[in-house]
Design a protein around this ligand. Structure first.
Ligand code: C2O
Ligand code: CU
Length: 510
């Protein structure tokens, strides 16, 4: 991006225009700073940050304003039970929004008002959580904390401003292992109001589900041991902080992409020469996933929907539960290629989808060459805005549990609701020092706020903006958020078994 800027400045523009742009850019920065300082809204730094952190704004081609016929986006979601066909002949009892799994892709432009009327036809209560969206507390969908659960036969209308832009998602926040784990999840795409540079030629949204047999209580049945080996050879050196748990049980009977298991996942059609964006959403229940596309390089542009300061070329992309990645590839190798889940056992249980070039529908599927080594991108590769300020308040949180087969998962030795609430004041910068003192991943999700990774293993970084951070075993991170959305909020592990086991704390504004 920066190189592009300089190239533009030096090669394309006459000196007079160079000056105009330079001073224009500085003027915009000063105005942004002044505006942020004068504004009484504590979150006013956000647009300013985006200005600083993507300087290409100043000279990029004229911004394309999207047509705004109506800034209110209305949707209806009916929550019900269905019999769902994961693959021909494989039908399961499931939950669905509007009878479909995943739920419909909801699209809005940043700043639009989104209004979603939800009707609950279940025999149990439900709610919807808008994961990654800065909704007002009363719209966050956490039963008792932020709203009364929607009773059987009841309805509720969610209304919020679509912000920030990016790949967001929505899911049930009641009896999650059963409801989210068996269909109640969908994508919410918030388009940026201004787009910069050429957009991808084509886009697909892939919502990954993870299915387990449930008993009457909604607990996941005894896991079966998955086959290891998929990873071996495919991901050799440079594993970074990704831990491969070769012996980890696959706690699922099936993995789905957009509701189907491979090879029933409908292929993604592309044309030669196109730049294709995939919005990947791990809407599973417990497992960290990893993906690679045979024959193509993936370029990771957004993490949890938020743009990276610099895109990252990745051999593979990993996603803890709840995390999203926007990746792009250029369709330069005609044929039929597999996008494949790389964690042991995942692809064998259905986590794959074909990318098919137009005219090559009949080609045999091509996978990875034997012994290929794919380097997954890690958080250390991701960059975000420059982090300047010091925190007003710091909490140290040690994540642990699961000892000797225990079902209790803890923060600082306590399980929710005994965990100590994190008290914040409006406007504060709050830092959380997180340490995973256990041998499994914890995808930690903060409701209602975006945080930045500011430290990895004790080293300060200008890391990415996220809402879900996966700590691999024994890892340590520092994250920071601005307390700009008063209410009661959850900070919890998105592994639903850990969440139910108490790995959760409350954020309370004083
Ligand atoms: Cu995506 Cu509390 O959840
Ligand atoms: Cu966890």
């Amino acid at each position: 991006m920066v190189e592009y800027l300089f190239a533009l400045l030096n090669d394309r523009l006459r000196p007079r225009w160079r000056r105009v742009l330079l001073f224009g850019g500085i003027g915009a920065l000063v105005l942004g700073l002044l505006g942020a300082m004068l504004s009484s809204r504590p979150d006013a730094w956000t647009p300013f940050l985006s200005l600083v952190w993507r300087p290409v704004h100043a000279v990029s081609p004229p911004q394309r304003e999207r047509p705004l016929p109506d800034r209110l986006r209305e949707f209806n979601l009916t929550v019900g039970r269905v019999r769902w066909e994961l693959a021909p002949g494989r039908v399961v009892d499931a939950y669905a929004y509007n009878g479909q799994i995943p739920g419909p892709v909801l699209r809005a432009v940043e700043g639009d008002t989104v209004r979603v009327s939800v009707t609950n036809t279940l025999t149990e209560p439900t709610t919807i959580h808008w994961h990654g969206v800065a909704v007002p507390a009363g719209m966050d969908g956490v039963p008792e904390l932020s709203q009364a659960p929607i009773p059987p036969g009841g309805s509720f209308t969610y209304e919020f401003v679509a912000t920030p832009a990016g790949t967001r998602w929505y899911h049930a926040h009641v009896n999650e292992q059963a409801q989210q784990g068996h269909g109640l999840a969908g994508a919410l795409i918030v388009e940026p109001r201004h787009t910069e540079g050429p957009q991808p030629d084509r886009e697909y949204v892939l919502v990954m589900g993870q299915w387990a047999a449930v008993t009457g209580t909604g607990r996941i049945a005894t896991p079966t041991l998955g086959r290891s080996g998929d990873m071996d050879g495919m991901m050799g050196g440079g594993m970074g902080n990704m831990m491969v748990k070769a012996s980890a049980p696959v706690s699922a009977d099936a993995f789905t992409i957009n509701g189907k298991t491979y090879p029933s996942t409908p292929a993604l059609t592309v044309r030669q020469g196109e730049r294709v964006r995939l919005r990947l959403i791990n809407a599973g229940t417990t497992d960290t996933q990893a993906f690679a596309l045979a024959g193509h390089k993936l370029r990771l542009t957004h993490s949890d929907g938020n743009p990276l300061a610099r895109p990252v070329d990745a051999g593979a992309v990993t996603l803890g539960v709840g995390e999203r990645a926007d990746v792009e590839f250029v369709a330069v190798h005609p044929g039929r290629w597999q996008l494949r889940g790389l964690m042991p056992g995942h692809a064998d249980h259905g986590l794959a989808i074909d990318v098919v070039y137009a005219g090559h529908e009949g080609d045999p599927v091509r996978g990875f060459s034997p012994g290929a080594t794919l380097r997954p991108a890690t958080y250390a590769d991701f960059t975000g805005p420059t982090h300047l300020a010091l925190p007003d308040r710091t909490y140290e949180l040690t994540l642990s549990g699961g000892m000797m087969g225990s079902t209790a998962w803890t923060i600082n030795g306590r399980s929710y609701p005994q965990t100590e609430p994190l008290i914040v004041r409006r406007g504060e910068r709050v830092r959380l020092k997180l340490f995973n003192m256990s041998m499994v991943d914890h995808p930690m999700h903060l409701h209602g706020h975006t945080f930045q990774i500011v430290g990895i293993g004790g080293r300060p970084v200008n890391g990415p903006l996220k809402d879900t951070l996966t700590l691999h075993p024994m890892e340590q991170y520092e994250i920071e958020f601005v307390a700009n959305n008063p209410g009661r909020w959850l900070f919890h592990c998105h592994n639903l078994v850990h969440m139910d086991g108490g790995l959760m704390a409350e954020i309370q504004y004083r």
